[in-house]
Design a protein around this ligand. Structure first.
Ligand SMILES: *[C@@H]1O[C@H](CO)[C@@H](O)[C@H](O)[C@H]1NC(C)=O
Ligand SMILES: *[C@@H]1O[C@H](CO)[C@@H](O)[C@H](O)[C@H]1NC(C)=O
Ligand SMILES: *[C@@H]1O[C@H](CO)[C@@H](O)[C@H](O)[C@H]1NC(C)=O
Length: 429
């Protein structure tokens, strides 16, 4: 009998979660336990915000119920337990990371598939362990990984801080005596179908801030991604082998590409983007080390690039194969941007010079429409295409780019088949 009871209590504890109903937010707080447990007064104030974020009928479970403490201790285990509870819930559930605390995490994987839809509400701050040895024996490219989770929603207004300083110092791009090694991506979404990531601040990632790979039907919106302009390889959003993704209302200021789109990506849309400092919006690099890459269907509509080292950039290595096609850049404002419009088929991000090669990733059907502003370099338009696979179907329509501070900029084109529509400044003839 005693044994029976203690087992019973244990099972209550391990499945504990707090349930907030919508009536609770409207007035009389109705907090009840799903299978036991307590509510914390501090959460009551957040109820309205939680109600705004959560999908209807979702229960709410918090990482603190699984032992997360915040304030400098390692919370990796508690987050893992909370995820397992959420992922095995047989009804839709929200996993809450409460406001006001800083939770420290070592590398962690949140794996699906899950029994029900999950929302992860990050209202507080999640910070990476600052000790690279926590990655010993682990994948150096991963800090937080969501793997194979469908209909996942990640949101909440909180902050994810990669604490990247120590990794930047050890980067071979910063300290030439160091070997070139991988560093973690703060947030990786792999094989997620029907994913929404919104209202988050992602800062100081060790390397790439957010990576979408092997995923489809993705919305990323209202994200603020910030790292120092001299932090190496800190791309904002990196998209690989992902189809049907929309990025909107996002602000980027980092040390590398604001958005980078690489092989296997299709139907990529970005709207209302602010980018800078950083390296601009890039398709590529593609075709590295003789690889075959395919990018099909990219629209960048409404963006402001400020002081970036490139504007809208397509970059491919010599010796690769595949294609980048059906690409539209429109309604883009450039403010003091180094290479506002650029296609570089001789891309070479290597310490050794890259040898001339015959094969190339074919670039075709690329439209630039309504692109205005100022160039920091002489060449506002630069199409440096492959001799053996010239860029084809390049359309420039209503372009007006002058040199920053006044004066006219120039255009350069090699092996590019161009059509001009409307006024194109600088001229390409
Ligand atoms: C693209 O993804 C969005 C967001 O998940 C979805 O609503 C839409 O139906 C998808 N479009 C296609 C063609 O699958
Ligand atoms: C564009 O995004 C900014 C935030 O980056 C937002 O304040 C603004 O309302 C958005 N504009 C439109 C037209 O969506
Ligand atoms: C075009 O590419 C070649 C090979 O990388 C490079 O030497 C040249 O400077 C480039 N031209 C311009 C105008 O960028």
């Amino acid at each position: 009998m005693i044994l029976f009871f203690s087992l019973f209590i244990l099972s209550l504890e391990s499945f504990s979660c707090v349930v907030y109903s919508d009536q609770a937010v409207a007035g009389s707080l109705k907090t009840f336990s799903l299978r036991g447990l307590r509510a914390k007064p501090a959460y009551y104030e957040e109820l309205q915000q939680i109600a705004n974020f959560k999908r209807s009928n979702e229960k709410v479970l918090t990482v603190e119920d699984y032992g997360a403490k915040g304030g400098g201790v390692d919370d990796t285990m508690a987050f893992g337990k909370a995820w397992n509870a959420a992922c095995s819930s047989d009804t839709p559930i929200s996993l809450l990371i409460p406001k006001g605390n800083i939770y420290q995490l070592k590398p962690i994987t949140f794996s699906g598939p899950c029994l029900s839809d999950i929302s992860v509400m990050i209202m507080g701050t999640i910070e990476a362990s600052s000790n690279p040895s926590d990655w010993n024996g682990k994948n150096q490219r991963i800090w937080i990984l969501f793997n194979n989770v469908n209909n996942l929603l990640v949101l909440g207004g909180g902050t994810i801080n990669g604490n990247g300083n120590i990794w930047w110092q050890k980067s071979c791009k910063v300290d030439k005596s160091q070997p070139c090694k991988d560093a973690p991506t703060a947030l990786t979404f792999n094989a997620c179908n029907g994913l929404t990531v919104e209202s988050l601040n992602v800062i100081n990632s060790q390397q790439i801030h957010i990576m979408f790979e092997n995923s489809k039907n993705v919305i990323a919106s209202s994200l603020s991604i910030v790292a120092p302009s001299n932090s190496p390889n800190t791309d904002g959003i990196h998209i690989a082998r992902t189809q049907n993704i929309t990025i909107n209302q996002c602000t980027f200021a980092t040390g590398d590409d604001c958005i980078s789109i690489v092989g296997g990506s299709q139907d990529v849309h970005a709207t209302n983007i602010t980018c800078g400092p950083g390296h601009g919006i890039s398709i590529g690099s593609l075709g590295a080390e003789g690889s075959t890459d395919q990018v099909l269907g990219v629209t960048i509509d409404t963006a402001h690039l400020i002081g970036t080292s490139n504007g809208v950039h397509i970059k491919t290595w010599q010796g690769g194969s595949g294609y980048a096609k059906n690409i539209l850049f429109k309604n883009i404002k450039m403010s003091n941007v180094e290479n506002p419009i650029i296609i570089d088929q001789n891309y070479c991000d290597s310490t050794k010079p890259c040898a001339q090669q015959k094969s190339a990733v074919q670039v075709s059907n690329v439209q630039y429409n309504n692109i205005m502003g100022t160039s920091a370099s002489n060449f506002a338009i630069n199409f440096n295409c492959s001799k053996s696979f010239p860029c084809s179907g390049i359309i420039l329509q209503d372009i007006n780019l002058i040199k920053n501070g006044g004066g006219s900029a120039k255009s350069f084109f090699a092996n590019a088949m161009l059509t001009n529509i409307g006024t194109v400044i600088p001229t390409t003839s």
